[in-house]
Design a protein around this ligand. Structure first.
Ligand SMILES: NC(=O)c1ccc[n+]([C@@H]2O[C@H](COP(=O)([O-])OP(=O)(O)OC[C@H]3O[C@@H](n4cnc5c(N)ncnc54)[C@H](O)[C@@H]3O)[C@@H](O)[C@H]2O)c1
Length: 413
């Protein structure tokens, strides 16, 4: 199949590494609606020698350029809408567009995270809207969820086992033939597309629910004046205790995927409210942190510095970060914090939140310093230097991730 055209639809966190990996074996086109991104990617990657490959790599925002592609891999976002419901509009529309250029023997693989049934029940009917082609006779579909973890230096596309699935055995062979070239860790062919879809949302839901439980215990510990890290340390001495840490739950995977799963399970009548209960406690955590900060009334309206704005450590992505919720509750209490993050160079788009985005921390009379996201650089700085960001000796340190010794900080979850 060498030299056949593969296109990746959506050149973001998931799409780009895939394009770069596949371009070692195929001519690849990356399609994205974001013109600026297409311009940037063409400038950076188009030169043949950059990737030491003889294959062509091209980025475009013109859908007509995908006409000759034989394989379409969809890596578009699957967010929640303002009602917290799955928003599949992007993938539905693109599937309909693909149906206009679909040819015999084409293969469409979806990688975006979805609830079980979305690929076959929602996307597949769109693929035949403007043609008379028949699934498993004229064309095939596959589903292969992505598992990359932004900021993770150890686990990358090629060394994470990839789950694959397809509309039938012939389709699965085609899907596996492509991924086996780039995934060194091996493939796990699932028995059906629905199994693959559900397995992906389950992975993140398991983390979501477990973190919620530990968050609940942490709040309880605070009420009981018990150190939660010491409780976790003690419990971890049992061989089968699973060591989750309390914390903010944000980002576009762990905070979103469980709600995709709930959207599906709520159609059935059984006690299925574990995800919603977990969401309730996880969403309470930012409020709890701020409440702990202002519970002493005299602490109101005091100077606050937040360190870290991304949704997790050592990445640059601020989308859906839980830190915005801390800022929201601070604002509700008339506190406008300074926010600094080594990894974020420009202030994220306005969300009607009030905060001073600073590019360098200048020593001030901060009353509170919230260590929200502990990038390696913050950890390396050490608690002594962090405390020196404030002139005040009694500055209160809120160490959300329990990165430092409990005796050196005022608050830990
Ligand atoms: N980022 C992760 O760590 C991660 C990990 C596993 C799974 N996923 C899943 O993978 C999917 C993609 O996530 P992502 O993080 O790569 O998203 P992303 O936002 O980084 O990238 C999506 C890209 O698609 C483009 N785009 C949006 N709508 C488009 C359209 N209609 N036509 C063409 N291009 C369009 C955007 O401009 C963007 O460049 C989601 O379903 C996500 O849940 C993400």
């Amino acid at each position: 199949m060498k030299k056949s055209e593969i296109c990746i639809i959506g050149c973001g966190y998931v799409g780009l590494p895939l394009i770069l990996a596949l371009s070692r074996y195929y001519n690849v086109t990356g399609y994205d609606i974001n013109k600026e991104r297409v311009k940037y990617l063409n400038k950076k990657y188009k030169k043949r020698n950059f990737l030491k490959t003889k294959n062509l790599i091209n980025f475009t925002n013109d859908f007509n350029n995908l006409k000759n592609c034989k394989v379409f891999i969809v890596t578009l976002p699957t967010p929640l809408n303002f009602k917290n419901l799955p928003d599949l509009k992007g993938i539905i529309n693109i599937s309909r567009k693909i149906s206009k250029i679909l040819k015999k023997n084409d293969l469409i693989i979806y990688e975006s995270t979805v609830f079980p049934g979305a690929t076959e029940d929602i996307f597949l009917p769109q693929l035949t809207k403007f043609n008379k082609l028949k699934i498993n006779k004229d064309f095939w579909i596959g589903y292969s969820p992505e598992r990359i973890n932004p900021g993770d230096k150890k686990f990358k596309l090629s060394n994470i086992v990839k789950i694959t699935s397809a509309s039938n055995k012939i389709g699965l062979k085609k899907v596996n033939n492509i991924y086996s070239k780039i995934i060194k860790a091996g493939l796990y062919p699932a028995e059906s597309i629905k199994i693959a879809e559900l397995s992906k949302v389950l992975e993140n839901t398991q983390r979501f629910v477990n973190i919620a439980l530990i968050n609940e215990i942490s709040v309880l510990c605070r009420k009981l004046s018990i150190n939660s890290s010491k409780v976790l340390e003690a419990a971890s001495t049992k061989w089968n205790f699973i060591n989750f840490k309390p914390g903010l739950v944000g980002g576009h995977c762990i905070a979103v995927d469980p709600l995709y799963l709930f959207f599906k399970s709520k159609n059935f009548n059984f006690p299925n409210d574990l995800i919603l209960s977990s969401q309730k406690i996880n969403r309470y955590i930012p409020k709890f942190i701020v409440n702990e900060m202002i519970k002493n009334k005299s602490n109101n309206n005091k100077k606050t510095l937040i360190l870290g704005l991304t949704f997790k450590e050592d990445c640059q992505d601020t989308r859906n970060s839980g830190v915005f919720d801390i800022i929201k509750y601070l604002n509700k209490n008339k506190i406008i914090p300074d926010v600094f993050d080594y990894n974020v160079k420009t202030k994220p788009l306005d969300r009607n939140l009030k905060y001073n985005f600073i590019n360098k921390v200048k020593r001030k009379n901060y009353n509170n310093i919230i260590l929200a996201v502990i990038h390696k650089k913050f950890k390396k700085l050490g608690i002594v230097k962090i405390k020196k960001f404030s002139y005040l000796k009694n500055v209160k340190i809120f160490d959300i991730k329990s990165a430092f010794k409990s005796e050196d900080v005022y608050f830990q979850l």
